[in-house]
Design a protein. Structure first.
Length: 285
């Protein structure tokens, strides 16, 4: 796509790689812009079934570019974290993100599963970027850190939103207060890694290929429900379960999934839209 992020799509799987290898994929203004543009483009990509996000070279992402810290040391307060203006800009996404936060949260907003393949280091903003995908396949010797405290800062790229669904409150506090570096093995024990792998990118791509072979409407419905489960109340979640299932039962792809399993063959799914029915008030049936 540009000199910061490369995208290749094959059989419904988008292989997205940060390619600023000379800087360990550090986050500069161009990288923020590339992450946002790439994520927004993938949101509307026809036929997309799954996404793998990784970094080429020695690292997933080393965090904020040193040039930004040098600007902060000079007393500059505008444009922190690569933003175009003050961090408290009124210009935010519907989900509440400023520009730097959106470079992370856009990967949570993509309507299909996103898997991060993490190796080398994931520090600071790079660590927060790794938290946005649905899952993290991490090399055992990866070094990770909520590193902002080292620079006298707090995590401000959606880390607080994303960590709360993955680790205990005291663990998030420990990592944020100390800024300590931990390994992929420790990340797995804490809940920050989904699995540890000798070859996280290869395993993530294989997983994405498997997901791409499932009913795409069921996969997207499942992601909508899982996103809602993180913040919705019980009544809302139960209603949405029913609505999503009502749309899927008897739809062409659901029938095809049943037939393929019964006939012991690979399914042949379509991309035709599935209409989700409107809510039915309790007791109306």
């Amino acid at each position: 796509m540009n000199d910061r992020v490369k995208v290749e799509i094959q059989d419904g799987v988008a292989d997205v790689r940060l390619v600023r290898t000379d800087k360990m994929n550090a986050l500069d203004n161009a990288m923020f812009e590339a992450l946002i543009q790439t994520g927004e483009q993938l949101k509307g990509e026809q036929g997309l079934r799954a996404v793998v996000l990784s970094g080429e070279g020695r690292a997933f992402c080393a965090g904020l570019d040193m040039g930004n810290f040098q600007a902060m040391a000079s007393g500059e307060r505008e444009g922190g974290k690569g933003t175009a203006g003050p961090l408290l800009t009124p210009k935010r996404t519907p989900g509440g993100s400023n520009r730097a936060q959106h470079a992370v949260m856009v990967w949570r907003e993509i309507p299909v599963p996103v898997i991060a393949a993490v190796h080398g280091v994931a520090f600071g903003g790079g660590f927060q970027l790794a938290l946005a995908p649905d899952m993290r396949f991490v090399a055992h010797d990866t070094k990770m850190s909520v590193m902002e405290i080292k620079w006298g800062l707090v995590p401000d790229m959606a880390g607080m939103v994303l960590m709360r669904g993955l680790v205990r409150d005291d663990v998030a506090r420990d990592l944020t207060y100390s800024g300590r570096i931990f390994t992929g093995e420790e990340a797995l024990a804490m809940g920050l890694a989904t699995r540890v792998s000798e070859h996280p990118l290869a395993e993530a791509l294989a997983y994405a290929k498997d997901v791409a072979g499932r009913n795409p409407h069921a996969i997207r419905a499942a992601k909508r429900l899982l996103n809602l489960a993180a913040q919705g109340d019980q009544h809302e979640i139960l209603l949405e379960e029913s609505r999503e299932q009502a749309a899927l039962i008897g739809s062409p792809n659901q029938v095809e999934a049943v037939m393929a399993n019964m006939q012991k063959r690979a399914p042949n799914f379509t991309e035709a839209e599935v209409e989700t029915p409107a809510p039915v008030p309790f007791g109306a049936r």
